[in-house]
Design a protein around this ligand. Structure first.
Ligand code: AMP
Ligand code: FES
Ligand code: ZN
Ligand code: ZN
Length: 323
């Protein structure tokens, strides 16, 4: 198959766009499309300072690469979660992020926050001490990542926080929320989450219209080394099953995933359904960390980590090994 734009062999065929492109034109297309989405959804401008949350995976590293290529002021934030899972998961992710930074020479800023160093326990240890050994650490992890991203964005004066969520992530989340008619979550889903209160960073997902395989191809063609493995705790997650279901649908109806998500955004705009309702929610300031919270007292991050520290001092042996 030939590239649509030149006579070279195509490296990728995107059935949903009826578009096949060679490596050079594919890279150009991804960057131009990202620029288009940033403008269309009014994510940020070249005057804004963007903090890119980089996990070491293909999407977030590709995002940082694209924003730098487009000339945006983009710095990175890596959060060390202390997850091993028999594959050195966090150490490997950190190595990939570090390699990305070193390859691009001076001038790139990367903030690194190590959860264990800062808060006294890794994510698996924290989860074990508050859940008494039961359950996965994903909720403590999500809570902690959101808190840190927000804190660094606020303390370091960034205008916006960008994450690497792609279409597969977003469509699977939307699918899960729709199956449950989780109205609260549906209201909060979208490519742009405005800064809902003083101290809560504006959040954007510039890659939300790209398929996962497009991002994998981009990272590969740009020579970005990234961690292939998923988080070891992700195995068996419902969101993975939802991704598989949507992929099955995509085989018989190319573009189904994209339409599902775009029509959700369109319905919100045209019919006013699932509108974000930030103004009706009263926010308080957490007395411990100063971040906005719906809780009249401490925020859930501070409450959780206080419990973790209590448990760790009671049971010093809680500092067990990773999974
Ligand atoms: P996930 O929640 O693991 O699907 O990741 C979604 C997005 O969150 C990624 O694309 C990154 O932008 C960000 N992210 C996830 N893990 C980390 C991490 N350890 N450090 C910094 N950013 C992260
Ligand atoms: Fe947080 Fe898997 S990335 S538990
Ligand atoms: Zn070409
Ligand atoms: Zn707090």
């Amino acid at each position: 198959m030939k590239c649509r734009k030149c006579t070279n062999r195509a490296a990728i065929n995107m059935r949903q766009h009826k578009l096949a492109l060679c490596p050079e034109h594919f890279i150009e297309w991804v960057q131009q499309q990202t620029e288009r989405f940033i403008k269309k959804y009014r994510m940020f401008t070249r005057d804004d300072r963007v903090l890119v949350a980089v996990s070491g995976g293909k999407d977030s590293l590709a995002l940082w690469d694209i924003l730098l290529a487009l000339g945006y002021q983009a710095d990175g934030l890596y959060i060390g979660l202390g997850i091993d899972g028999g594959i050195d998961y966090s150490a490997e992710s950190h190595r990939c992020v570090q390699k990305f930074v070193e390859e691009r020479g001076d001038g790139l800023t990367l903030h690194v926050v190590d959860v264990e160093v800062l808060y006294g326990a890794s994510i698996p240890e924290a989860a074990r001490s508050v859940a008494r050994g039961r359950g996965k650490p994903c909720s403590v992890c999500g809570l902690t990542k959101r808190h840190i991203m927000n804190r660094v964005a606020r303390d370091e004066g960034y205008d916006v926080l960008a994450t690497g969520h792609n279409l597969d992530d977003e469509a699977a989340t939307l699918f899960g929320n729709t199956l449950q008619w989780a109205v609260g979550y549906l209201r909060r889903q979208g490519p742009v989450l405005p800064a809902s209160a003083q101290g809560l960073a504006r959040k954007v997902k510039p890659l939300f219209r790209f398929y996962e395989r497009e991002m994998a191809a981009y990272a590969l063609l740009r020579g970005i080394e990234y961690i292939y493995d998923e988080c070891p705790y992700a195995a068996g997650a419902t969101s993975i099953r939802h991704k598989e279901l949507l992929n099955e649908l995509e085989i018989s109806s190319p573009g189904a995933k994209l339409q599902f998500y775009l029509h959700f955004l369109q319905a919100r705009e045209q019919y006013g359904i699932f509108q974000p309702q930030d103004s009706t929610v009263e926010l308080h300031t957490c007395p411990t960390c100063g971040q906005p919270t719906t809780n009249p007292e401490q925020c859930s991050f501070c409450r959780t980590w206080e419990r973790v520290r209590e448990q760790m001092t009671k049971r010093p042996t809680a500092k067990a090994t990773n999974p």
